[in-house]
Design a protein around this ligand. Sequence first.
Ligand SMILES: Nc1ncnc2c1ncn2[C@@H]1O[C@H](COP(=O)(O)OP(=O)(O)OP(=O)(O)O)[C@@H](O)[C@H]1O
Length: 299
Amino acid sequence: MTLLLENVTKRFGEHTAVNNLSLEIPGKEIFGFLGGNGAGKTTTFRMILGLLDKSAGNISWNGEQINYGKSNMIGYLPEERGLYPKLKVKEQIIYLGRLRGMGKQEIVSELEKWLERFKVPEYMDKKVEELSKGNQQKIQFISAVIHKPKLLILDEPFSGLDPVNVEMLKEAVLDVKDSGTSIVFSSHQMDHVEEMCEHLCILQKGKPVVQGALREIKRSFGKKNLIVHADGSLDFLKEFPGVVSYKKVMDGCKLQIKDEEVSQEILQALQGRGFIRKFELEEPSLNDIFIEKVGASYE
Ligand SMILES: Nc1ncnc2c1ncn2[C@@H]1O[C@H](COP(=O)(O)OP(=O)(O)OP(=O)(O)O)[C@@H](O)[C@H]1O
């Protein structure tokens, strides 16, 4: 159950949107596909699904080419949501489910389950245009999973959702994964990726700048975060050897330090300067890693 991208390139005229991208995406887990605006995520998804021709390279799922239009094994939540506003939710999902080879009874019974789960059973007979954007997104998600795909591609599934709905959808995505579906999703929200993915790739100008197992990526990043809340000024830590960055926060500061040893030196230096209320060493967040790896190229 591996999704394999080998030397995949996509050019739009002079512009190279995806540049010789090679990735092995393990099956039966959730893979995070990250990158700044215009990094090439959606273009890659469209090529994976066979909706866009590659300029070069090869993509396969378990050794076979993917054709989204003809396959019942794949689910896709596109970035630009594409429901028919005038159709009722039920009509819409029946239409899409039939395209995926399902019978009407089965579709309606699955749809009922999903609407119950999303706490909106009354939407069955509502027109899509009557629903809020966030609730339309739930329906679009249902349309991507109704046929229980083996491979699910979610382009920004959580954008525009309120925190309660984000949690609801996250749980649904995790359950779909537990049922054996391989999921690839893109997001600009690093905390979602940290919570859900074992492996990930950060794309920048069509090329991966970071890829691999999240745990390993964090470990090899080296730097740690140190949060200090203490009485008195902590400004001296700006110039402290081994401090890579200094950010003032309420009640203290958040530092990025070269390694754990620096934290011990800082602890010593703080002795006698005032009461220490918090001294916490943390792993770097995916947000820190993203900002360093992707942010540098914005400058
Ligand atoms: N049909 C097209 N014609 C020309 N250029 C395109 C086309 N589609 C995408 N691009 C360009 O390819 C690059 C990658 O776009 P893509 O939509 O894949 O990025 P993305 O990573 O999904 O971005 P975002 O996070 O903003 O959605 C961008 O520079 C974009 O302008």
